[in-house]
Design a protein around this ligand. Structure first.
Ligand SMILES: Nc1nc2c(ncn2[C@@H]2O[C@H](COP(=O)(O)OP(=O)(O)OP(=O)(O)O)[C@@H](O)[C@H]2O)c(=O)[nH]1
Ligand SMILES: [Mg+2]
Length: 248
């Protein structure tokens, strides 16, 4: 039984999913993988199903009925990982933008530096993004600065999707209170963890644009984040962080 697991949400990732699964299982350190597929029309889930017996006991698949968004996919995965008693729960994209070789550094930041949340960060030392068009680099970089200003957090890469959480962080958060589904979800999770007093460490990573498959980013996801951070700040100022605490 591994104490660490990666959640990979997928929507139409047939070009990437088998490669990334094989890559992770070929790493010297053991990580389990949970794929959350939203009924991808390109048959991503069938590819995963074809690998389940080969990687029995360390590869898992959860299928949802349709495209319900990244945030709810992760929440579904978090609940599954808590139930199955994993101590370190890592978010990672399927498209190789996050280099699986960095997984161990995220894990070590939690295990050895006693972080509760380790964020794979593009903006620790300048900008570490490869192959993104300049417009997207600027949007992401200044977007993250905007979030820092509004929320007054020390976190540099607020929209990062390569993150390791200790189980106790996820057990403390009441997921029914998380409102965002896109980038806003990543911002909200980090902000709430920080406000609750958990220790957050940023680990520098290089983020590379996807080579295969297509982006699921949309203008709606972007707008949700812009307004969402202002609402989030106000909500916590007015109602306090306790509203986000899970009460069994
Ligand atoms: N289960 C599920 N996965 C999703 C959904 N939307 C995106 N994903 C997955 O979430 C990860 C991140 O999505 P991406 O499309 O790579 O988003 P991005 O990284 O902002 O954009 P690009 O890298 O430009 O494609 C990928 O593994 C997607 O397949 C969704 O609604 N449901
Ligand atoms: Mg991507």
């Amino acid at each position: 039984m591994s104490e660490r697991i990666i959640i990979i949400p997928t929507y139409n990732e047939k070009e990437n999913i088998e490669k990334i699964i094989r890559y992770v299982f070929a790493l010297p350190d053991e990580f389990h993988i949970l794929v959350i597929d939203d009924n991808s029309p390109d048959g991503t889930a069938d590819i995963v199903k074809g690998l389940l017996s080969e990687f029995s006991g360390k590869l898992f698949l959860e299928q949802r009925k349709g495209k319900l968004g990244l945030g709810t996919a992760y929440i579904h995965g978090f609940k599954w990982c808590i139930k199955n008693n994993y101590e370190f729960i890592i978010e990672m994209d399927a498209d190789f933008s996050h280099n699986p070789d960095d997984l161990i550094r995220l894990y070590n930041a939690c295990k050895e530096q006693q972080a509760d949340v380790a964020v794979g960060s593009r903006y620790c030392n300048g900008v570490n993004v490869v192959n993104w068009p300049m417009s997207r680099v600027l949007t992401s970089y200044y977007g993250s600065m905007y979030v820092r200003m509004v929320l007054r957090t020390p976190i540099r890469d607020n929209t990062a999707g390569f993150v390791c959480y200790r189980k106790k962080v996820l057990e403390t958060i009441d997921f029914s209170k998380i409102k965002h589904i896109g980038y806003g979800f990543q911002i909200e999770m980090k902000y709430i963890s920080w406000k609750m007093g958990f220790k957050i460490v940023e680990v520098p990573i290089v983020f590379t644009d996807r080579k295969e498959g297509t982006s699921k980013m949309s203008k709606g996801i972007f707008k949700e984040a812009i307004l969402g951070v202002i609402k989030l700040r106000w909500s916590i100022l007015l109602k306090g962080i306790d509203k986000y605490k899970y009460k069994p």
